[in-house]
Design a protein around this ligand. Structure first.
Ligand code: NAD
Length: 359
């Protein structure tokens, strides 16, 4: 199969981790007889430096013309003082909106080899952590009107949170469909004791649940959900929630599974073209040092093969290669326990070790 992949290496550690994912993709292509063609896309801080904006139209078009997009990460302190609409992260919001990827899917799963890296008590981890967060990605407060103005002699800032029935219904459906393919339990997370948008959310989720009698729907307030994720994560199968709540809860969920560096995510809409990325940022504190963990990006590439290219066995082989590499005792600094006989390696070597185990 021939596939065109748009590569956004981005800023900070982005280029280092994407390079390793490309090596792994090429290895899988070689073994399974595919051809992956890559086009480089400038987005984020590097695009601001080169083109004066975070995602110029011509760069965006390369993504829209591709079969899928693989992203490292964007942003960093160099662009902290850039005005709001020109910030690196605006490129990402523009890309998500243009690709119409309204569903961000993040697995929160503990690798048995990394159980020690979880900050939770061993008895909680032993009960198992394996759930999926389905986060609405193109609506809500991040896409509402933002305004800062002078009122009565002081500065007042406003951000508007809006959701339509259509937006809730389409993400709700993905929540139910995902639960149906997993443990058939769906937690709908909102703040309906305070917010109108959440009351609408709850109403639509209950309407939808009549179409999915095989899925058990539970309503949960977001503050309670934040507590339950650390108290007993084994109770969750699939969580569906709006944009900002999902942003916060998915970072919390990533922490309890160990390193932020090992977790991938996919963003999909109504087509097979998706946006795949690790969940972490550009980690400017370790950029260029060859110590970043490339596993999240490599697993994001595996998700791309599985969900956008229908290449399940290729994805399985990459995921197994990651597991075998961890079994062999190789660890980047972020997942290296303080003691033990594990081998500390850098980003490039981790990529190479995973590559040679893809078969
Ligand atoms: P971050 O995720 O970049 O880093 C948080 C901590 O985790 C840092 O100590 C970092 O060294 C570590 N870390 C992250 N990824 C790692 C990896 N693969 N291997 C080892 N350690 C890793 O979050 P931050 O510091 O809050 O943000 C840095 C920049 O990234 C900011 O400009 C932020 O806006 C941007 N950001 C971008 C995205 C994205 O592009 N999708 C997402 C989040 C943050």
């Amino acid at each position: 199969m021939e596939k065109n992949i748009a590569l956004i290496r981005g800023d900070g550690i982005g280029p280092e981790i994407v390079n390793q994912a490309v090596l792994v993709l090429d290895r899988a292509a070689e073994i399974y007889g595919h051809s992956f063609h890559y086009s480089d896309v400038d987005m984020g801080g590097n695009a601001i430096d080169k083109w004066g904006e975070p995602l110029p139209e011509a760069q965006l078009q390369k993504c829209l013309n591709s079969d899928s997009v693989l992203l490292g990460a964007v942003g960093g302190p160099k662009w902290n003082d850039v005005p709001g609409p020109m910030r690196p992260e605006k490129g990402l919001l523009k890309l998500r909106a243009a690709m119409e990827v309204y569903s961000n899917n993040r697995p929160a799963k503990i690798w048995p080899q990394l159980a020690d890296a979880s900050p939770l008590k061993p008895e909680i981890v032993a009960r198992g952590i394996d759930f999926m967060i389905v986060r609405e990605l193109t609506g809500g407060i991040y896409f509402g009107t933002h305004e800062t103005k002078q009122t009565d002699g002081q500065t007042v800032a406003t951000d508007i949170l809006t959701y339509s029935e259509t937006e809730i219904r389409r993400i709700g459906r993905i929540g139910f469909e995902t639960a149906r393919k997993r443990g058939k339990k769906l937690s709908s997370v909102e703040k309906s004791n305070v917010l109108d948008s959440s009351r609408l959310w709850r109403k639509i989720m209950h309407e939808l649940s009549e179409e999915y009698p095989d899925v058990e729907l539970t309503d949960m307030l977001v503050d309670n959900c934040a507590m339950q994720i650390v108290k007993d994560p084994s109770q969750f199968d699939v969580i569906v929630t709006e944009n900002m709540f999902g942003d916060i809860l998915s970072d919390e969920a990533s922490m309890i599974t160990g390193s932020i560096g090992t977790i991938p995510s996919s963003s999909l809409g109504g087509t097979t073209r998706g946006l795949y990325e690790p969940i972490h940022g550009s980690a400017p504190d370790i950029a260029g040092m060859d110590i970043a963990n490339p596993i999240g990006t490599i697993l994001a590439a595996a998700m791309m093969l599985r969900y956008s290219f229908d290449m399940a066995k290729e994805a399985d082989s990459i995921e197994k290669a990651v597991s075998d590499t961890l079994d062999a005792g190789f660890r980047t600094a972020d997942i290296l326990p303080p003691s033990g006989d594990l081998r500390k390696i850098g980003c490039r070597q981790m990529g190479a070790e995973i590559c040679r185990r893809v078969r």
